[in-house]
Write a protein that binds this ligand. Structure first.
Ligand code: PIT
Length: 484
């Protein structure tokens, strides 16, 4: 059971229920409109939580296999700066994707409203952007359609985090096995102090012309195309104007292929040299373009934004108690963490970022040890043991949802509606009890567990099944969750 993996994607369920019975749509609040569907604001009838729901007419789904990739990517990505997909619905006419509601509007609109950002405002926004690009590239995903419109602010606050949306054109350029293999190689190489690089070629024309790299226009490119687009975004945030333009598409394409852009005159003469240097290393031909790690390591990115960043005390006790919880409780906490509202966990997100020194959206054992040791005198073996247990999917790194699950405190997860939702997520047939088969339906969706014998699922139930009748009723579930 130690090796049972918990992945955030397990909890993104596809429902055949009538969506109108679950969510009240606010058709006056159109949040976005893409080639593939429209995004509306909606409210959950019972919990009253706001959601952003993308409605995709089935008639628009030309290539079901490609569409399935988008959903699969959205289910798997787990990063504080990437929009969260909660659940999906399907009826005769449409597919519905239920996302977290970001109230802060598009990055595009804030840039336009301000004409352009100051360097430190730009750095804050661009750091969020690069963190999710780096995370995607590390996980073998390229977005391929990066533009200002594809980033929305989580809240209306000035220091709100940005979230990446719309993976409609994204592509997996590496399989999970390749990534695992590469991670192993990387650790070996890191130990030897050498960096290595791989080459993967993608071959479709994708994206919006303004942000498109010349090699995308030619149709022969790799994930570096995202770095070009990010360079165009940085150029636009800092100056308020696009680097390439043309009176029509043909002229725009010609301007991109030529690759010349202006960085003199207003407002460029007041913009720092490091900022210009970074752009020059991003908007260049593919062969000499830097990668996401090098962008994050660039001197301009390292210039301090805020001086009042007082560290948050890390509470080792929360982590310790998570480690000792029964598997079922851990799974339920993962579910609640995966569905949590940003405002309930804002402090935990800050804590997560404090651990994640290199900003790749995951906590490595080195990052974990060095952060913990700033606050606690725990022996290294103890810290390592805790790390391994919090890393529920055994990826060797603690990801975002794992961290939130392990550090959330009871006044978040012991709320009646959270517990009820978690119970309902397991209780597929709505008969008021959770059975081993239902546990299997949630956790066994990973092909790895397809052939697991039923014993494993029974054992998960056993701990919480106080009256030993072979299943868990709501009372037993509540007791389990309340136990420390
Ligand atoms: C929000 C707020 C908002 C837009 C969205 C979500 C859009 C999300 C989205 C759109 C897509 C997609 C994935 C996510 O493929 O203003 O909370 O087209």
């Amino acid at each position: 059971m130690e090796d049972l993996k918990i992945k955030k994607g397990f909890f993104v369920q596809n429902s055949q229920e009538n969506i109108e019975g679950v969510y009240q749509f606010d058709k006056t609040k159109l949040l976005g409109e893409g080639g593939f569907g429209r995004v509306f604001k909606a409210v959950h009838n019972i919990t009253k939580q706001s959601r952003a729901i993308k409605v995709i007419p089935k008639s628009k789904i030309k290539d079901p296999a490609k569409f399935a990739i988008e959903i699969e990517i959205l289910k798997q990505v787990d990063h504080p700066n990437i929009i969260k997909l909660f659940e999906t619905f399907e009826d005769a006419r449409n597919v519905y994707l239920v996302f977290e509601m970001c109230e802060g509007g598009e990055l595009f609109d804030r840039v336009v409203a301000k004409t352009h950002y100051t360097e430190s405002e730009a750095r804050a926004a661009f750091t969020d952007i690069m963190k999710c690009i780096h995370y995607c590239h590390q996980h073998g995903i390229s977005h391929r359609d990066l533009k200002l419109e594809n980033f929305v602010y989580a809240t209306k606050a000035l220091d709100s985090p940005l979230k990446m949306i719309d993976f409609g054109l994204s592509k997996v350029f590496k399989s999970e096995d390749e990534i695992l293999e590469e991670n192993e190689k990387k650790s070996a190489i890191a130990a030897a102090g050498v960096k290595q690089r791989k080459k993967v070629v993608m071959q479709t024309k994708a994206g919006t012309a303004d942000y498109m790299s010349p090699e995308v226009l030619e149709g022969n490119y790799n994930e570096k195309c995202d770095i070009w687009s990010a360079g165009v975004i940085l150029y636009m945030i800092l100056s308020g104007t696009p680097p390439f333009y043309g009176k029509d598409d043909a002229h725009l394409v010609a301007s991109i292929k030529k690759g010349a852009y202006r960085m003199t005159g207003k407002p460029w003469d007041t913009i720092s040299e490091p900022a210009k240097d970074l752009i020059k290393k991003m908007i260049v031909p593919q062969e000499s373009r830097i990668d996401s790690q090098a962008v994050l390591d660039h001197p301009w990115m390292k210039m301090q934004n805020k001086v009042d960043d007082t560290p948050i005390q890390i509470d080792l006790d929360n982590l310790k108690s998570f480690v000792n919880m029964s598997k079922l409780k851990q799974v339920a906490l993962h579910f609640i963490a995966s569905q949590a509202d940003e405002k309930d966990i804002d402090l935990l997100i800050k804590e997560f970022n404090q651990f994640d020194a290199n900003g790749d959206g995951e906590i490595s054992i080195q990052e974990f040890k060095s952060t913990i040791s700033k606050f606690h005198k725990a022996p290294p073996e103890e810290i390592e043991r805790i790390f391994k247990l919090v890393d529920s999917d055994n990826s060797g790194r603690i990801n975002y949802t794992e961290f939130i699950a392990a550090t959330m405190n009871q006044n978040i997860y012991l709320r009646e509606e959270k517990l009820y939702q978690a119970f309902k997520m397991f209780d597929k047939n709505n008969d008021g009890v959770i059975t081993p088969d239902e546990i299997k339906a949630v956790l066994g969706s990973d092909p790895k567990y397809k052939d697991q014998d039923t014993k494993m699922w029974e054992r998960i139930i056993e701990d919480a099944d106080t009256n030993k009748d072979g299943h868990i009723d709501y009372d037993e579930f509540i007791k389990l969750m309340g136990k420390i």
